[in-house]
Design a protein around this ligand. Structure first.
Ligand code: BTN
Length: 258
């Protein structure tokens, strides 16, 4: 099936902001993040939106695999935005990206620190940010995977949520057209102003705030939002702890038995 992607409309919205911006659609690739990181290492550093109709080796945070369905009738939308960036401070970029995704999609969506998108207690979308290069300007690869139609739970503990639960019949091209320009504007805003001005908006979407949480580094406590750099604040028996490592995963604590 041929998918009609809104590549030209996205290019028209974004190219005034990034003059050398391009949009590329691939029927299949191992991973849009892997592909843009390969290109960056080969010296291709122009801003680009790379969309894959199918990924054969999608990657998630913390070295995990990211399994996705082919885009078509529903399926999964998978894309990466590659951009040269020079923010004064990189901290909070992943939260800003998550915020752009939920802002573009639906008021019912929540963010689970640092940037998982959740709906009704299940994960709906994931974000993987990687950077290449050194110095003030680095090349950031911002990968986004959004489940559109309901999927079987396989190796995941909870079956993922799907955007069609909120927006019946929504398809990958519509979602890409909605998300991509909002994401680009957010990344540019972040590069200019950092995370601090976005903190209140993040808190309004924060799934963990006030919840008992368990962190993979052994910290247990109650989530208390994020600070101006995007670090997660956890109230523990030892006091308030800040978690800012991308290597730490956080989950709501299981409910205590009655
Ligand atoms: C996570 O939740 O752990 C992050 C998942 C990120 C998936 C997206 S799909 C597009 C891009 N390419 C990848 O290989 N990963 C990201």
């Amino acid at each position: 099936m041929t998918i009609q992607w809104p590549a030209e409309a996205i290019w028209e919205a974004v190219s005034p902001l990034w003059p050398s911006f391009s949009v590329e659609i691939l029927p299949e690739v191992d991973s849009t993040n892997t592909e843009l990181m390969r290109r960056a290492r080969a010296g291709q550093l122009d801003p680009i939106l790379l969309v894959a109709e199918r990924q054969t080796a999608g990657r998630g945070r913390l070295g995990r695999d990211w399994k996705s369905d082919t885009a078509g009738e529903g399926g999964t939308l998978t894309f990466s935005l590659g951009v040269p960036l020079a923010p004064a401070d990189w901290s909070g970029l992943s939260l800003a990206v998550g915020l752009a995704v939920v802002n573009a999609l639906h008021p019912a969506l929540r963010l689970k620190w640092p940037n998982d998108v959740w709906l009704d207690g299940r994960k709906l979308a994931g974000i993987l940010i990687e950077t290449a290069g050194v110095g003030d300007t680095r090349y950031a690869v911002i990968g986004v995977g959004i489940n559109l139609s309901p999927r079987e739970a396989t190796d995941l503990r909870t079956p993922p949520a799907a955007l069609q639960e909120l927006l019946p019949g929504v398809q990958a091209p519509d979602v890409l057209g909605q998300v991509a320009p909002v994401l680009v504007r957010m990344v540019q805003r972040f590069a200019a102003q950092g995370f601090a001005p976005l903190r209140e908006d993040f808190l309004a979407r924060d799934l963990l705030n006030g919840q008992a949480v368990v962190c993979s580094d052994g910290v247990n406590g109650t989530a208390r939002g994020v600070d101006a750099s995007g670090a997660l604040l956890v109230h523990t028996d030892q006091g308030l702890i800040k978690i800012n490592s991308a290597e730490v995963s956080v989950r709501p604590a299981p409910a205590a038995p009655l």
